[in-house]
Design a protein around this ligand. Sequence first.
Ligand code: ZN
Ligand code: ZN
Length: 428
Amino acid sequence: MYFIADFHIHSPYSRATSKDMQLENLNRWAQLKGLTIIGTGDFTHPRWFSNLQEKLEEAEDGLYRLKPEYRAIGGEEVPATCRKDTRFILSAEVSCIYSKKGRTRKVHHIIIVPSFAIAARINAALSKIGNLNADGRPILGLDSKVLLNIALDASADTLLIPAHAWTPHFSVLGSNSGFDSLEECFEELTPHVYAIETGLSSDPPMNWRLSGLDRVVLISNSDAHSPKKIAREANIFNTELSYRGIYGAIKDKDRTRFIGTIEFFPEEGKYHYDGHRECKQRMRPSDTKHNNGLCPKCGNKVTIGVMHRVDDLADRPEGVTPPGTIQYRRLIPLAEIVAEVYNVGVGSKAVENTYHRLLTTLGDELSILRDVSIEEITRVSSPLLADAIHNVREGRVSIAPGYDGEYGIIKIFDTDDKAKTREQIVLL
Ligand SMILES: [Zn+2]
Ligand SMILES: [Zn+2]
C-alpha cells in the first residue's frame, strides 16, 4: 500500500506546544494534509501515555487508530474529498545531555516502537534516569549510546533515529554540541541506527555529500508543535501497512518500499545559513569564515548553520549523487503559498477560507501540492494560485535563507510578477 507518514510531532505536554495537539485534532489534520500515519509523539510522558492508552485501539500490527467515539469528534469538519482511515504509531523524542570526550553533548533522538508494552518498558527504564513528567520531550543526563541500548533492550524492533541531525544546538552532527560522525556518537552500536532525520534546514543532496551517511535512510518529519504544521515534511512508503512494513523498509533501505521524502526548501529552515539573530546578521558560510566566525556587528560568535556544518564534514563536493539515493520532493505548505499569492498573513481568515475551499474541491493538501493538475487548480481557484503552485513544483522560488533560529523568507513571485498579481487580483 502507498502511504505517507510523519513520525515526529509533539503533544501539549512538550514545551512551546499548542494545546490543540490533541489526538482528535491530529486525526483530523492528518486527513486534511493527506497523511495515513502520524506519530503520537511524547509517549514517554505519563499523562500523554495514559491518554494514548485510553483513546487508541490497535488497527494493524503495531499501528493504532482512534476509538470510534473519539474519531467522531470533529470528523464532520473533514471534507469528503479528504476523508481516510488514519493510523497512529507510537513515537517519542528524548533530549540527551551529557559529556563525552571532554565536551558537552546535546542530542535529540526519535524513538518509534511497535507496541504499548515496549513503550512502557522504555518509560520504566528512563524514569529511573530523570523526571519524565517535566516535559513531553524529556531532558535526560544520558549518553545517546546508553539510550540506544535501553531502546534495543526493550525490543530489537525499536527504531532510534537521531532527530533533525544537523541543527546546531541539539543534534548528533550539530556544530555546537554534536559529533563529527554517527560512529563517534554510537560507537559499536552504530549499525543499529538505520536512519537519521534530515531536519528542515537540510535536504537529501546536502546529506549525500557525506559517504559516512550512505548506509542510512534519510527520513523527514514535521517536528510539529501545532496541528497546521504536521506533514510539512514527511515520508512516502509503498509497503505493508504495519509496523513491520515500515520498520523493514527503513532497516533494509529498500527504495521499492521506502519511496522517498517530502522536504522543505532547506533555505526556509531556521538554521540553513550562519548568523546572529539579535543583530539581524544573515551570513553565508564564506562570510563567516572571512570574519573568523564573529558577528560583524557585535563581535560575538555567530551560530554556525547547517550548510556550513555539512561543508565542514563533507567528503564529497556539492552536486554529487551517490548510487542508491532515494527520491525527494521540495514543497512549500499550501497556506504559505496562498498567503503570498493574496498578499495577506499566513494566519489570516482569507488564507483559512481559501485553504478549506481548495481542499473541499480538490482533495487533501499534499495531493494539491504534488498531484492535482495545474489546469484543475486553475479551474477551481485562480490562474495566479495555479501559477504559484506550478512554480513551487518546478523549484522556481527565491528564499532569503534562515539563520540562528530565524525562518527563511520565501518569495514565489518576483516584484514585477507581484505587481501583475495584484492587478489580476483586483480584476478577479
Ligand atoms: Zn528535537
Ligand atoms: Zn551580533
